[in-house]
Ligand binder design. Structure first.
Ligand code: UDP
Ligand code: MN
Length: 264
């Protein structure tokens, strides 16, 4: 095992911990040789911490950072995303020389250890604004100096979307044009909505997907799952795209078989 490199995720409450546990289990299932670390905040329950410790090598308590940027978050219609500033703490994990951050709403479909060949800051384009990177999956190098600069930058300039993604894109602003090696292929952070917004591209390239990202307000844990038929249905009357179903079902199979038993 490579002990000085890690996959890192974040959960500020028990709900996102369910996602983090599924992500961690998916990395284990595909035999990563890297360490697994999770940042959590005081709100996470004792029971959940015990479950996290069975999948993650390192469970790190951090303080919640809130962008307090109501205007921008209201614009984005995602008031809950202010806490994503807490993500910045990942730069303090200096026991590792290099890390890959992954949102708690991502799931790996195969081994993705080759991501560690990339340099800071490598990330895939955001499907909503492709000159920005999506901050759900990125390669970074822990450094207290960078952490300090990020906090300083945040207090001076805020974030144009009120969340971590706006801030990180302004801070690593050369990403769009400087070095194509820092552009991860989209299959390392396939936003689940792409499977219906650009269905032909998904039909053509989707079989190579390595990481699925359940971006947006409807998370896998918001769906209903029928274990008998192994089918997923939305909790309300909303519809779910055909192409999305296999990913949601995989999430739920992992959750039922490996995560729920830890919580009972
Ligand atoms: N997150 C969290 N608690 C929250 C909201 C977000 O821990 O209340 C973390 C979690 O790791 C999540 C990430 O921040 O995956 C980014 O938020 P989210 O995935 O909801 O944003 P999206 O990808 O939908 O833009
Ligand atoms: Mn996400």
């Amino acid at each position: 095992p490579v002990t000085d490199q890690a996959f890192v995720t974040l959960a500020t409450n028990d709900v996102y911990c369910h996602g983090a546990l599924v992500l961690g289990q998916s990395l284990r299932n595909h035999k990563t040789s890297r360490r697994l670390a999770i940042l959590i905040t005081p709100q996470v329950s004792r029971e959940m911490r015990a479950a996290l410790r069975t999948i993650f090598d390192s469970v790190v308590d951090v303080k919640e950072i809130d962008s307090n940027d109501l205007v921008h978050l209201t614009l984005l219609k995602r008031l809950e995303l202010g806490v994503t500033f807490t993500k910045l703490h990942c730069w303090t994990l200096t026991q590792y020389s290099k890390c890959v951050f992954m949102d708690a709403d991502t799931l790996v479909l195969c081994n993705v250890d080759e991501l560690f060949e990339r340099e800071e800051l490598s990330a895939a384009p955001d499907s909503g604004w492709p000159d920005c990177f999506n901050s759900g999956v990125f390669v970074f190098q822990p450094s207290l100096k960078t952490f300090k600069h990020l906090l300083q930058f945040a207090s001076e300039h805020g974030s144009f979307d009120g969340g971590d993604q706006g801030l990180l894109n302004s801070f690593f602003s050369s990403w769009a044009t400087k070095d194509i090696n820092k552009h991860l292929p989209f299959i390392y952070n396939l936003s689940s909505s792409t499977v219906y917004t650009y269905a032909p591209a998904f039909q053509h390239f989707g079989k190579d997907t390595k990481v699925i990202h359940f971006l947006g307000p409807a998370k896998p844990w918001n769906y209903k799952y029928n274990p008998q038929t192994r089918t997923v249905t939305p909790n309300d009357s909303a519809s779910v795209s055909e192409n999305q179903l296999p990913f949601l079902e995989l999430w739920w199979i992992t959750y039922k078989s490996s995560v729920l038993p830890l919580l009972e």
